[in-house]
Unconditional design. Structure first.
Length: 207
């Protein structure tokens, strides 16, 4: 198989397990985390539908420019009335998230610092997710949140958000030979307008 999830499932074959059921992740609820996030959303006046934008990634070469994230957040708010909660982890990502919020104006708010369980609660309540190939994207997909995955140095055919409800975009000119961790301009060629069109398509399905 091409996708890593299906490859993992194939490991069951040598054990004689061939008739595999559909993929289900079934992540548990953390009630304490959900209570905390509900209070945080009230404090931020984020009471209706919202999107989650994730600014960071484990590799520098996977990070989309903050200006592009802000463009997507502005579009979601102007076109769909959907504000974005910008999630982050650590000082560097917080600085990027603050830039997105500043450039997006009324279209985005800065999420508070979260534990992993609290991040899951933020994601579970979201109408959609926008972010690069990194943990929060795959957590959102596992929680059933429709995702726009942003790819450059990695291949979405192999490690895209799993499931037909998602849309994965890859930077023009990127190839599997370009996979690398070093900070470079791998994501610069991924146009914000393409991400906005993907968001429109996902939200159009939901109406």
């Amino acid at each position: 198989s091409r996708h890593v999830v299906d490859r993992y499932r194939e490991l069951l074959g040598p054990l004689g397990i061939d008739a595999l059921p559909p993929v289900r992740f079934d992540l548990p609820h953390d009630r304490a985390a959900e209570t905390t996030v509900a209070r945080q959303r009230t404090d931020l006046k984020l009471l209706g539908d919202y999107a989650v934008v994730n600014v960071g990634a484990g590799w520098g070469s996977k990070v989309w420019p903050a200006e592009s994230d802000a463009h997507s957040a502005r579009h979601l708010y102007a076109r769909h009335g959907l504000p974005s909660s910008v999630v982050w982890a650590g000082p560097q990502e917080r600085e990027m998230a603050e830039t997105v919020v500043r450039l997006a104006g009324d279209g985005a708010t800065l999420a508070p610092t979260t534990s992993l369980a609290e991040l899951a609660a933020w994601l579970r309540g979201a109408k959609m997710f926008v972010g690069s190939d990194t943990g929060p994207l795959h957590l959102a997909a596992a929680l059933g949140v429709p995702c726009v995955g942003l790819y450059g140095p990695t291949n979405p055919e192999v490690c895209g958000p799993y499931g037909p409800q998602h849309i994965a975009l890859r930077a023009e000119g990127a190839t599997d030979e370009s996979i690398r961790r070093a900070c470079d301009d791998a994501m610069q060629a991924l146009r914000p307008d393409a991400a906005c069109a993907a968001c429109d398509k996902i939200l159009g399905r939901a109406t």
